[in-house]
Design a protein around this ligand. Structure first.
Ligand SMILES: CSC[C@H]1O[C@@H](n2cnc3c(O)ncnc32)[C@H](O)[C@@H]1O
Ligand SMILES: [Zn+2]
Length: 434
């Protein structure tokens, strides 16, 4: 095979001379999307392509557990604002002009950025998700895609949103691509009615698919929920049936001890989004030490690229680890190994994926970090990955046993960047004229 032949094909691959957990190893991908073997010397293989890692570090692909992929079109469009003002004066009026084509190119850009920075799976919540599904299908990455229900307490709106949710799940399934999975997303307790929340919970359970929701992102959200329902947001979601094992709750900043006990009891996954929370000045970090002690599955996400403003899980890991230390005034909180685990294994667990670890029998979703100054000296894989490395140091990204990026090259990248830039400018121009 020549170098250009390696992209986009699920064939047996042998990766030689990579550092895995501090040891030089070989990794064999069996050509069916799985890791076939890991060892010092693999002789029994039928590899059609051999990658010489040249001492690169192998890591599981990052799993971004909370994002809104098309929002990259609004990267840098509105910054330095309070969450509600940002949403109501800038984001929502512009989103009202989004077309299916805009969303497709926004998602293409997000997939490109994630592949470039070492993410192989993402959990997404937005609108017109069939367009996102098409982009994910083409990009070769893995994703759980949910239509975001917002009914504002209006029954007629709830009915129409529920029908869109059902058709989105059906349409995503009709792609017949196991990499592209459907989910369900009621936006938050302050934008979705009791009937909307209860319907989403029942529907997700019936379809056995994940439910993805924003939870306790701001102090205001908690105060408003208590005023409206006499309960804090987790108790209100529980009252509506939303807290169950496939529930993935993003942010989880303003939680008290009772909230944490409830999330642990229900088996909910909580997603830490430290950069978005700090940028929007939420004034609280997800209470990681208490959640870890309580046994809550904590995962990691970037949120959308308009509030982050990137989808780089390496930046997110470093920020998560140092924010937790700073916030709790304790440098032992969230060691590097924990940061890597919440960015990989814990997300895989929440989505029911056999991924997040490089071992035989696991999905062949992995990345290589090529030799670069940030990786020298090499005392600790975890430390270098979390505290020193940037996503742009990722040299090779493999998802489902298919090479999506090699030596920093992603076929078609230039066209996607050009087109997404044009689409974003046109969107903002249309919104300004309205
Ligand atoms: C999430 S898609 C639906 C809706 O949510 C908006 N949104 C983006 N970021 C956030 C955030 O941090 N909290 C709450 N809502 C958010 C997005 O613009 C879409 O309109
Ligand atoms: Zn969000």
């Amino acid at each position: 095979m020549t170098d250009t032949d390696i992209f986009g094909k699920q064939v047996p691959i042998l990766i030689r001379n990579v550092s895995l957990n501090g040891k030089i190893q070989e990794i064999y991908l069996d050509g069916t999307g799985m890791i076939g073997a890991v060892g010092e010397k693999i002789t029994d293989h039928d590899a059609e392509f051999i990658i010489d890692g040249d001492g690169a570090t192998a890591l599981p692909g990052m799993i971004n557990m909370h994002t809104h992929s098309p929002m990259g079109l609004l990267r840098g469009y509105a910054d330095d604002m309070q969450l509600f003002e940002w949403l109501s004066t800038k984001i929502w009026p512009t989103e009202a002009h989004l077309t299916e084509d805009d969303i497709y190119w926004g998602a293409k850009l997000a997939c490109l950025e994630m592949i470039r920075t070492g993410t192989t799976t993402f959990n997404d919540m937005y609108f017109k998700m069939e367009s996102v599904g098409r982009a994910v299908d083409e990009a070769g990455i893995r994703a759980c895609l949910s239509y975001c229900m917002i009914d504002g307490g209006d029954h007629a709106k709830f009915e129409s949103e529920a029908r869109i949710m059902e058709s989105t799940v059906k349409n995503i399934r009709s792609l017949h691509n196991p990499r592209v999975m459907p989910g369900v997303s009621p936006h938050a307790v302050y934008t979705v009615s009791e009937e909307g929340l209860a319907w989403c919970a029942e529907y997700a359970k019936k379809e056995q698919i994940p439910l993805h929701v924003h939870l306790s992102e701001t102090e205001q959200e908690v105060a408003d929920c208590v005023a409206a329902h006499g309960m804090r947001p987790p108790a209100w979601l529980d009252h509506c049936g939303v807290l169950f094992e496939q529930c993935i709750a993003a942010h989880c900043c303003w939680l008290d001890a009772g909230d944490i006990t409830l999330l642990a009891k229900r088996g909910v996954t909580a997603v830490h989004n430290p950069i978005s929370n700090m940028k929007l000045a939420g004034n609280r970090a997800l209470p990681y030490p208490e959640m870890k002690t309580a046994g809550v599955n904590v995962a990691l996400g970037t949120d959308g690229a308009s509030s982050n403003n990137a989808l780089d899980m390496f930046s997110e890991m470093k920020t998560a680890a140092i924010l937790q230390k700073f916030f709790w005034n304790d440098p032992t909180v969230m060691p590097a190994a924990d940061a890597l685990k919440i960015a990989s294994q814990n997300g895989a667990k929440a989505l029911g994926l056999n991924a997040g670890v490089i071992a035989p029998g696991r999905l062949a979703d992995l990345i290589l970090i090529g030799r670069n100054p940030l990786n020298v000296p090499f005392f600790s894989t975890d430390s270098n990955a979390v505290y020193a490395t940037s996503g742009l140091a990722v040299s090779t990204t493999i998802c489902d046993g298919v090479i999506l990026m090699h030596d920093g090259v992603i076929p078609g990248a230039e066209e996607i960047m050009n087109k997404a830039g044009d689409v974003a400018s046109d969107l903002v121009r249309r919104a300004a004229q309205a």
